[in-house]
Design a protein around this ligand. Sequence first.
Ligand code: PHE
Ligand code: CO
Length: 300
Amino acid sequence: MSAQGPAQPRRVENLHTDKGKVPVYATGVVDQAWDSYTADDHATWATLYARQRELLVGRASDEFLRAQDAMGMTPDRIPKYDDLNAVLEPATGWRLIGVEGLLPELDFFEHLANRRFPVTWWIRRPDQIDYIEEPDLFHDLFGHVPLLMNPVFADYMAAYGRGGVKAHGIGADALQNLTRLYWYTVEFGLIREAEGLRIYGSGIVSSSGESVHSLESAAPNRVGFDLERIMRTRYRIDTYQKTYFVIDSFEQLMAATEPDFTPIYARLAEQPSIPAGTVLESDTVFQRGTGEGWATDGDV
Ligand code: PHE
Ligand code: CO
C-alpha cells in the first residue's frame, strides 16, 4: 500500500442527521496495516504524544498515566495493536481491533460487550494536529485504551456495551440517554483525587486545548456525578463542554450504573432535557462556570 502513497480509510458515505454530517465507515474489522504508516504518520503520533504527556502530568488521573506506561506506549512510533494486546488481554481480557472509523451504534455496543475495543487505524494529517472532528488513531489509542488496563473501568466499559445492546432494543430515546452517559463519563469525565480534580475522559486527554480548559478555565461548570441528571443533559460536539461531571472513583461509577436502566429510561421519557450549560439546585457544584465564550445554540 505504501508504494501508492498513504493508505486511506474507506469512508462509505456521509449521513445527514440532526447532528449534521456524520461519516459512516465500512463496519468490518480491518488489519492495522502497520507497515503502511508513513514517516509523517509516526511523526504526528510523536508530536501529539509528547505534547499531551507533558500537559497531562498533574492533570490526568494517576491511573491513566500509569496504565499508559504499563501498556508500553511510547512517543517513538505508532504502537502495534498486537503488541498492546499482548499486555492488555492478560490484564483485563480486553483486545483492540482495527476499524475504519466510527461504527454504527449496535456494532459498537456488541464489540464492547465482548471486550473488543474498536480503534481507528488511520491517524490525522499534519494539518489536523490541533483539531479533527472525528475520532482517529490518536484519540482512540492514546485517549481510550490506557484505562482499559484498569479492572474496574474495564468492567464498566463492557457493562456499557451490554447496556447499549439493550437500549438499542428499547428505542431512540433510551439510546440518547445512554449516549449522554458515555459522553459525560468515558469521553469528558473528571475524577476527584487526593490532590484535586483530574481528567479521565478520552475526549479531553486527546485534546491539548481541552486538557487545560476542562480543569483551569473559569467558563465551564464542574458538578458532581448524578446518573439521571447526566442522562438528561444535552452536550456539545463542536466546542469545549459547558459542563463537566466529576466522579469520586471508578467504583462509584460502576455502582451507580449497576441497576437496570429500563425503568429509568421510562421515567426520563417524561422529563425535559437539560441544556448543556444549566446548573440545577440539586447539583453538587465544584465550580459554577462564568459561561464566557459559550455558543448560545447547538447543544446536541
Ligand atoms: N445497568 C445498565 C442497564 O441496565 C447497563 C449499563 C452499565 C450501562 C454500565 C452503562 C454503564 O442498562
Ligand atoms: Co472517543
